[in-house]
Ligand binder design. Sequence first.
Ligand SMILES: *Cc1c(COP(=O)(O)O)cnc(C)c1O
Length: 450
Amino acid sequence: MQYYSTNRQAPMASLEEAVVRGLATDKGLYMPERIKALPKEFFDGIAGMSFQEIAYHVADAFFGEDIPAEDLKRIVYDTLAFDAPVVHVDGNIHSLELYHGPTLAFKDVGARFMARLLGYFNGQHAASAMTEAPSLRGRVGEKASLVNVLVATSGDTGSAVANGFLGVEGIHVYVLYPKGKVSAIQECQFTTLGQNVTALEVDGVFDDCQRLVKSAFMDDELNAHIRLTSANSINVARFLPQAFYYFYAYAQMKRQGKEGELVICVPSGNFGNICAGLFAHRMGLPIKRFIAANNSNDIFYQYLLTGEYLPRPSVQTIANAMDVGDPSNFARILDLYGHSHAEISGLISGAAYSDEQIAETLKDTYHRTGYLLDPHGACGYRALREGLQPTEQGLFLETAHPAKFRDTVEAITGDAVVVPEKLQTFMRGTKLSVPMTAQFDDFKAYLMSV
Ligand SMILES: *Cc1c(COP(=O)(O)O)cnc(C)c1O
């Protein structure tokens, strides 16, 4: 399958090119040239299938032409080594809990899939170097076997990417994070891993980390010396696999006979997650409509209301993974619906909540139902509570475990949050960061030397 750029200036790319480049050369986002509808028999039998079986069918529609069935199956099954249960909250509202992966947030799915896909491509190169040019075996094989993933993080992305790539052969990950500016819980999730993950503690702010990464990609000498790639969230290999759990959620609702008028609500920041849901819908998944829940960064909500897209600097909120002022995947949504505001606003409605409203919802829901939301899920839950019709069944995506935002959540509910064992294990680990200045020359010298 070929991938085109939403800006339509760059040449078509193969799956591997799209994954290694991340962003197209015209700065557009890659889109698969076809979105295949899945057959009726698939939906007829979906309620009896496992998460992995369902995901493999979905993955096959996108990646089946490029990856042999057995390899793709292994990638999918390894990626989804955890469940994504639908849990009833109250009335006709359900939570799709996407926090049962290693770093307790939905980004685990995309990060783990991308890591395994890159690992697969890498193995292919190593294998073909062996057979095609035995005399170059050592040299070519060696070069093909080391891909360096650079990722700048303000907290959450670093943990999902580092853990997603942990132990994947032929790949080394460098996580750049701003010293003293990520929470202790976040920091321990990518600084204690060791193995093929190196955390660089940059003496600067997040923007410095991002600048160092961007400069590295543009530096010819460095790129001639080592292979660099990015694991940005707009990467097709991180974004498309998120479609898997929409199908699995539908299957779980169908098992309970509740799939009739399904409304899915997605707490949204960069809009990658909801965009994957829109792809699932295009593949034939019977979802009646979507709701995009925002915090105070309500650029998309305003677009739905007015038809005008006016990006602006983000403001900080307690649902900080949604603090985005210019959502990158908006370009994909426009492309998917031929830039039609009527079509987009016909399928998706919006909502936006202040920190006070998020806190109020989290507290009220906890005391009334016993269900503990995280600040992002709270936006999703509230949008359903306010917008759902009695005939509809609502499902919101609970995008992270509340323990990841422990201080905020405990201050709101007044109760201690139970920290899952997985998170406690990270917190017991030893910090292994390498100190780094915010000067590109220092960063470059470091990468040249390793
Ligand atoms: C990344 C993230 C979001 C936003 O997802 P997008 O795909 O950027 O819209 C929401 N909640 C949590 C917990 C996240 O980590």
